[in-house]
Design a protein around this ligand. Structure first.
Ligand code: GLY
Ligand code: MN
Ligand code: MN
Length: 442
């Protein structure tokens, strides 16, 4: 399994950038995401924390990375789970402090149990503490909090101590939003695996099959190709279920005449794919369905056409929104002109409830601001975003023509911003109605 391949030099280069971007008296504290337990003693498969992974490549639970440029002998310290032969029999090998030093390049490494005695001293020496609140690592958060309070009280006497608490995202988000060549390669592979799994699953779509069968086919397709699994709970939504944006029950049978919306993505070596396609379960779109499908596709194409350096995610969204609004007016679902409706979000929101794009990377909804200084941020080469317009026609809405009540259509692709425009990483999976129908035939 190719779950994690360490490129230590890559993570070291990223740490060097962070160390030079931190305030000279700053300390960044990055705890690994907590392990999730369900029931009495069941641990879910561990999902490493993206920020910690980005800077260290470390994938074991409980680790805490400490980056502090003022600690000139040890700017990079790792606190890790120690070796534990007894536990390792159950859950596999641990690297312990030896691997933290020799493999992951830490200047100092300590067992995690030593964090409470070592971290307060480091915080007391710092002027700025970069730590994110509310991530679920309550033990580390409580320690940072008490250390900060104590250090701030001592400031008057000691003449030093932290005054400022900063979100690490102030530095890391702007690094992570620009994907380097290595990341683009992994995103390409996540996209390829996702496309292949969609292609493989599509012929299983037929009346009488279950949403769960398609979920199984997609997730198996990801795993078979070396992905760690789905990047988010796979959405397989037949008929009106597709009007629930993050429907994950996947428990209904597929009925003739319905559409099936599948939204899924592989996670490959930590990086995410995210694709949506909408299929006619009986093999061909009915004319009324086809009109809405073509409108969503036109919105998708218009939005992607605007992905290039200098444009904004806002412009990409508005392009999709204009096409979708025109279609809803044509259907008689909305009244007025596109320009009028653009200002009346409350009127179109029931049918167009989500925005068109999000950043994509280590997180499915990846980090990075969509606005800077209150203004929509301009796209730049190396950014990766989804383009995923959808039109949703709720079953209970009387403005919706009867034949279309309970219809949800979304078409989603993953797009890299290039110096000259864009590259659709998922372009090899067709979107045109006739091609989507052909995919059902295998
Ligand atoms: N599947 C979640 C999303 O498309 O954003
Ligand atoms: Mn999606
Ligand atoms: Mn998405």
């Amino acid at each position: 399994m190719t779950a994690h391949v360490l490129d230590a030099a890559l993570h070291a280069a990223r740490r060097a950038r962070v160390l030079s971007a931190l305030a000279p008296d700053g300390v960044m504290i990055l705890p690994a995401a907590p392990e999730l337990r369900v029931g009495r003693d069941l641990e879910l498969r561990y999902q490493p924390d993206p920020d910690l992974y980005y800077l260290t490549g470390y994938t074991e639970p409980e680790a805490v990375a400490v980056l502090a440029p003022f600690r000139t002998d040890a700017p990079f310290t790792l606190f890790v789970r120690p070796r534990d032969p007894e536990r390792e029999v159950w859950t596999g090998p641990r690297g312990g402090t030896d691997a933290a030093l020799a493999v992951f390049g830490a200047d100092e490494a300590y067992p995690i149990a030593e964090l409470p005695e070592r971290l307060p001293g480091i915080i007391a020496e710092a002027g700025t503490v970069y730590f994110r609140l509310g991530t679920g690592r309550d033990d580390v958060e409580a320690l940072v909090r008490t250390s900060l309070i104590r250090a701030q009280r001592g400031r008057q006497r000691e003449g030093r101590g932290p005054r400022t608490l900063v979100d690490p995202g102030a530095i890391l988000d702007d690094m992570r939003i620009f994907k380097d060549a290595h990341e683009i390669e992994l995103l390409r592979e996540a996209a390829r695996i996702t496309m292949d799994a969609f292609r493989e699953a599509a012929p299983r779509i037929r009346p009488g099959a279950g949403e769960w069968e398609l979920e199984a086919a997609l997730d198996a397709g990801f795993r078979r190709r070396g992905a760690t699994g789905p990047a988010f709970p796979t959405i397989v939504a037949a008929g009106a279920n597709a009007t629930v944006l993050h429907y994950t029950d996947n428990a209904a049978p597929l009925e003739a005449g319905q559409l099936l919306l599948m939204d899924a993505g592989a996670r490959y070596r930590m990086y995410c794919g995210d694709i949506s396609r909408t299929f006619p379960i009986s093999g061909a779109f009915a004319p009324a369905q086809r009109d809405v499908y073509d409108a969503v596709l036109a919105a998708h194409d218009a939005a992607i056409a605007l992905v290039r350096p200098g444009n904004t995610v806002e412009q990409v969204h508005e392009a999709a929104l204009r096409v979708a609004l025109a279609a809803l007016i044509e259907l008689g679902v909305l009244r007025g002109t596109v320009d009028e409706l653009l200002e009346k979000k409350e009127e179109y929101h029931p049918f167009l409830p989500h925005r068109t794009s999000h950043w994509l990377g280590l997180d499915v909804h990846d980090v990075g601001d969509y606005k800077t200084a209150g203004e929509p941020r301009r796209l730049e080469p190396g950014m990766v975003l989804t383009v995923e317009p959808g039109i949703y026609l709720p079953a209970a809405h009387e403005a919706v023509p009867t034949a279309l009540r309970g219809t949800g259509i979304r078409i989603e692709d993953d797009v890299l911003v290039t110096p000259s425009g864009h590259e659709v990483l998922t372009a090899a999976l067709p979107t045109a109605a006739a091609d989507v129908e052909a995919m059902l035939r295998g």
